[in-house]
Design a protein around this ligand. Structure first.
Ligand code: UD1
Length: 363
């Protein structure tokens, strides 16, 4: 009999990751998909199901927004009875969000083997909520599915190497597969009136960058430095929009060379990343997607989990230092040069490897 796998997703990047795995997994297992509801806005959730076509959720926990405690507690309370009822053979979680943490804790307390995709990623910064979530998920996981050799090494270092398998990166599968589709279908360049290689694309949502008004002001100065060279297209995450409104800064951004938009769907964002002159971000996924597209990236953090992007010379950590923008851009490769990213991240076959490992080891 096929094993029954209960998959927990809840945030924007997890819908992308599940799109790479679910199809393959369903060839080998009965998958039940649970959406925690941590991200519920159509722009952060529905559009990803429409464009990437992962299976629709079988169960919705509707936890919504809240503090870390509220979100985690709501997942525990609502997921535990579902797991007791469905009695899965394995529980699958992705990445490092509060939805990952909640899923991992319920699996462990219900004695259901846990598989963790994107295991072994570390920033070394315990002030990031994601770092706590990663460490807990990896210590509870029985099958740790690592996107990179660096992640494998982190787990070996923590004594968890015997549970780890290197699969490649599932988000890279989607970026490689959907890139040409985005080029064909997206009309975002026309809508925003920008030319290929004639703009930068920016994103920001880390609490450490946007919740503190002084940090937020510096972040805008970083973007302004880039905007002096070419227009900056800035799709704004809801958390960041709220903080910009609080600071009264949203209105003035156009004058400072920034074109803000609502959060974009996968195809529009991918089209922007692939045609930009450069990326400026604090997201993990976008650092990597820029590298895959052969687009240089400035990362507004002081550490990264995706160390290959930096080691290969396509990404630089500039923190919130506006004075670093111009000189760093001059040192990075020009957009469009070939990058070695596809091979580093598994050549588009990570979803297949994840599904096989789950069926073989936990089935
Ligand atoms: C979460 C993840 C982060 C991930 C990001 C992807 C945690 C701890 N953080 O951060 O790792 O990179 O998702 O986007 O899990 N909001 C809406 N609509 C929504 C969801 C949220 O407007 O559909 C607003 C709410 O005001 C909410 C705020 O955004 O309070 C933050 O949302 P939350 O889910 O707490 O964390 P993110 O910042 O999105």
């Amino acid at each position: 009999m096929s094993p029954r796998v209960l998959t927990v997703v809840g945030n924007r990047p997890q819908f992308v990751k599940a799109a790479a795995v679910s199809g393959r997994l369903r060839e080998r297992a009965d998958e039940i998909l649970v959406h925690t509801g941590q991200h519920y806005d159509p722009e952060l959730s529905d559009v990803f199901f429409e464009e990437l076509d992962p299976p629709r959720p079988d169960h919705e926990l509707e936890i919504g927004s809240g503090t870390h405690a509220e979100q985690t507690a709501a997942i525990l309370t609502r997921l535990e009875p579902l797991v007791a009822d469905l009695r899965p053979d394995a529980l699958l979680v992705y990445g490092d969000t509060n939805s990952t943490l909640g899923g991992a804790l319920v699996a462990a307390k219900s004695s259901v083997p846990l598989a963790h995709v994107e295991a072994g990623m570390r920033s070394g910064n315990r002030a990031m909520p994601e770092e706590i979530n990663r460490v807990v998920a990896d210590s509870l996981g029985e099958l740790l599915l690592c996107p990179t050799e660096a992640a494998m090494e982190n787990l070996r270092h923590e004594g968890l190497g015997d549970r780890a398998v290197e699969t490649g990166d599932v988000m890279a599968d989607v970026a490689l597969g959907m890139g040409p589709v985005a080029d064909e279908r997206s009309r975002i360049l026309e809508r925003l009136g920008v030319e290929p290689r004639g703009f930068f694309v920016a994103s920001a949502h880390r609490p450490g960058n946007v919740d503190d008004p002084e940090h937020l002001a510096l972040l805008l100065e970083v973007l302004e430095q880039a905007a002096a060279l070419a227009p900056v297209v800035f799709p704004v995450h809801p958390r960041t929009r709220a903080r910009l409104e609080d600071a009264g800064s949203l209105e003035g951004l156009a004058e400072r060379g920034m074109t803000t938009t609502e959060p974009l769907g996968y195809l529009d964002m991918t089209r922007l990343v692939r045609t930009a002159r450069g990326m400026i971000t604090d997201s993990g996924g976008l650092q990597k997607e820029a590298f895959l597209a052969g687009v240089p990236c400035l990362t507004m953090r002081d550490e990264t989990e995706w160390v290959e992007t930096v080691d290969a010379g396509w990404n630089r950590l500039i923190g919130l230092r506006p004075e670093a923008v111009r000189s760093t851009l001059e040192e990075l490769p020009t957009a469009g040069e070939p990058s070695p990213a596809a091979e580093i991240y598994g050549s588009g076959r990570a979803g297949e490897r994840v599904a096989t490992a789950i069926a073989d080891r936990l089935g």
